[in-house]
Design a protein. Structure first.
Length: 72
């Protein structure tokens, strides 16, 4: 019984430490938001360039034409 009480006490202490760590760092700061937004915009620009390139655009148009040409 004494050993079980010690294990419970250690578990409670661990839970308290984890909870306090989570509450200390509860969100992003403004600079992290700015970096995230810049990364998202850069990814969107790259994706736009890829999708509007000649080869990808032709492939997408071909897929749409084939899908519209299917009889049901």
């Amino acid at each position: 019984m004494n050993k079980a009480a010690g294990v419970r006490a250690r578990m409670r202490a661990l839970v308290r430490r984890v909870r306090s760590a989570v509450h200390r760092d509860s969100g992003m700061v403004t600079s992290e938001y700015a970096v995230g937004i810049i990364a998202a915009v850069a990814f969107a620009a790259v994706l736009y360039k890829v999708l509007t390139s000649g080869q990808v655009s032709a492939e997408l148009q071909d897929i749409v034409k084939r899908a519209l040409g299917v009889r049901m």
